[in-house]
Design a protein around this ligand. Structure first.
Ligand SMILES: Cc1cc2nc3c(=O)[nH]c(=O)nc-3n(C[C@H](O)[C@H](O)[C@H](O)COP(=O)(O)OP(=O)(O)OC[C@H]3O[C@@H](n4cnc5c(N)ncnc54)[C@H](O)[C@@H]3O)c2cc1C
Length: 370
């Protein structure tokens, strides 16, 4: 499409900052840039009609890691690295709440739980054994014990008698949170262009030439917030990871409230009002789920339904109302990649499975690199 002189002049001339990706990170980066540079022209380019990665697809856990996940992380990262990541998630959550307000994101402080399947005796014993140690490690940050052993009062089946409770965890309405963020961006004079894919960028002495499908323009600085789609940009440091989810129809008298983790976060469920949202199962087919293609598979959806039927809602009839997927960005390390890539190009990517919490912080860090 040939643009008019007006369009070129108003949207694409004298652009100071261009951000690729309108997820949690991209929008927070844009808002932070606005705080720092009130007079600048800020443009966000998004390839989907809505944000189309993870930020509008996720489960809405306001979380920073289940006990088994933290213990697992300690196998691959130092204690300092693990604590610093949890601290960033926690600070990110506070930043999100401060920026948007608890009402706008519909924060519900129900707490989070971890449950253990009967055949996971080793994982269960290990968590119970290391619980006091992890509480010690996290106490300076939370000024209290984070994890406590509790008896299952939800009537799950095929699970160990105790579950682990974390009072600091909550749940949000993902759609409401992203709408609030988009509204705030527009109110702060940030231009958001949807259904436009950045196909190439060429660095010049004083900025970057950005190519869209049938048009190119010049920006002084370019910030990538493309998360799971940043494989090429980061020379493979980020890998896409599809995550599949389902949600049930309303269940009368549903007595489950909170966010729940199973198996080091590979499965997660929560109530959404009187429905259950259930996701996970990527570990059933790591290779197949390492993709930027959206979609659901029988293998994973069947397992989700089986766990719902046999473990989570063993005495309750339910029907599945809807299924979907989203694309996460993972890597060998859990820390996001926040880097200056060249003179005028920056990235804040690889948000992992807990970007709701850490996303705002990473957006801020990305904008502060400029
Ligand atoms: C099913 C699912 C459940 C999850 N559950 C939780 C949870 O409960 N709690 C939690 O904390 N985290 C959860 N996560 C993770 C969390 O959603 C992500 O970590 C977070 O949203 C990442 O935000 P982001 O802004 O970095 O990336 P994204 O939201 O993926 O945004 C990247 C954007 O870049 C755009 N883009 C990419 N390439 C281009 C291009 N070339 N041109 C233009 N635009 C481009 C994409 O369309 C996308 O909108 C979940 C993720 C999924 C998929």
């Amino acid at each position: 499409m040939k643009l008019s002189w007006w369009e070129i002049n108003s949207w694409f001339t004298n652009v100071d900052y261009t951000i690729v990706g309108s997820g949690i990170v991209g929008l927070h980066a844009a808002l932070r840039l606005r705080e720092r540079f009130p007079q600048s022209k800020i443009l966000v380019i998004e390839k989907g009609p809505l944000p189309q990665g993870a930020s509008t697809k996720n489960a809405g856990f306001a979380c920073f890691g289940s006990l088994s996940e933290i213990i697992d992380d300690l196998n691959y990262h130092t204690e300092e690295e693990v604590v610093s990541l949890i601290q960033k998630r926690w600070e990110g959550l506070q930043l999100l709440r401060k920026r948007l307000g608890d009402t706008a994101i519909d924060l519900k402080p129900y707490g989070g739980y971890e449950i253990f399947l009967d055949d996971d005796t080793a994982g269960y014993d290990n968590c119970l054994r290391r619980l006091p140690f992890v509480n010690d490690v996290l106490r300076p940050l939370f000024k209290a014990d984070v994890f406590a052993r509790e008896t299952d009062r939800f009537g799950f089946a095929g699970t160990k008698e105790s579950l682990i409770f974390n009072p600091f965890e909550g749940q949000i309405d993902t759609g409401a949170m992203m709408q609030a963020l988009l509204k705030q961006a527009v109110a702060n004079d940030i231009l958001i262009l949807n259904s436009q894919t950045v196909t190439a960028c060429h660095e010049k002495a004083d900025g970057v030439e950005i190519a869209l499908d049938d048009f190119s323009f010049f920006t002084k600085k370019l910030l990538f917030a493309t998360n799971g789609f940043a494989g090429g940009l980061t020379k493979g440091a980020v890998k896409p990871a599809r995550a599949q989810v389902l949600i049930t129809d309303p269940i009368p008298d549903l007595d489950i409230k909170g966010t729940f983790h199973i198996d080091r976060g590979y499965y997660y469920f929560r109530n959404v009002g009187n429905r259950i949202l259930f996701g996970g199962g990527r570990n059933l087919n790591f290779d197949g789920e390492t993709t930027t293609e959206f979609g659901e598979t029988q293998l994973i959806q069947n397992r989700l339904e089986q766990l719902l039927r046999e473990v989570i809602l063993p005495h309750t009839d339910f029907t599945v109302a809807h299924r979907w997927s989203g694309i996460m960005g993972l890597g060998s390390q859990k820390h996001p990649v926040v880097e200056q890539l060249s003179a005028h190009v920056y990235c804040g990517v690889r948000l992992g499975g807990m970007g709701v919490a850490i996303g705002s912080k990473i957006g801020q860090e990305l904008a502060d690199l400029v």
